[in-house]
Design a protein. Structure first.
Length: 216
């Protein structure tokens, strides 16, 4: 989803506590997920899911990204230590009605010499309702994740094979399914995997016993 190079991989994620983001109305709090990611170059990405849209949301995104950027600076630090901040925002509304694209990338660039960029704040907005599955190899993972976000819901009974074939998306699907279990289903799920573990333990014990007998 992010405009990153091959060697720029996310290493960790952190769910932001409420005190790290601006005050919001309760209804707005319930519609947003804030996640802070760091890559192997120590740069920060802010990931948000916005279920409702207002004109002020873009300014709030800019505010949060700016806060993350400023928070890096300590008194006396060299400004060269500051890392760019990427704010990735999944929006469940259309907010750019005059364009067909679902992916929007904003950053600081010279209005005439577009190769001149100030690397600091990067804002990415993905309009989920505009996304239509396409096949283009250079963005295969982007397509799979967006299909996961737009096609999987409470009504899903059969998952497309191409989603199950990808290890990361398949794992996400399993987490979603498990999260929807009621108490009885969760107990049955845990019991199943407990039985699997017991069976593996017994099988390994038998193998060790066979090895010991053969040595004798």
């Amino acid at each position: 989803m992010l405009p990153l190079k091959e060697d720029e991989q996310v290493e960790s994620i952190e769910y932001w506590p409420a005190e790290k983001v601006p005050d919001r109305m309760q209804a707005e709090k319930d519609s947003i997920v804030d996640v802070c990611c760091k890559d192997n170059k120590k740069r920060e990405f802010i990931v948000e899911m916005q279920m409702t849209w207002t004109d002020s949301f873009k300014k709030r995104v800019l505010l949060n990204a700016s806060k993350a950027y400023v928070a890096q600076s300590k008194k006396g630090d060299d400004y060269e230590l500051l890392q760019p901040v990427y704010a990735l925002n999944f929006v469940n509304e259309n907010f750019m009605d005059d364009v067909d694209d679902y992916y929007h990338y904003f950053h600081l660039v010279h209005d005439k010499y577009t190769n001149q960029v100030i690397d600091g704040l990067h804002l990415i907005f993905v309009e989920l309702k505009k996304f239509k599955p396409q096949t283009f190899s250079e963005k295969k993972m982007q397509v799979l994740w967006l299909r996961f976000l737009t096609e999987i819901n409470d009504e899903t009974r059969e998952v497309p094979a191409e989603l199950l074939e990808n290890a990361e998306v398949s794992e996400a699907l399993e987490i979603v399914e498990r999260a929807a279990f009621d108490d009885g289903e969760m107990r049955a799920y845990d019991k199943f995997w407990d039985n699997v573990s017991i069976q593996k333990t017994l099988d390994n014990a038998r193998k060790r016993d066979n090895v010991e007998r053969n040595r004798k």
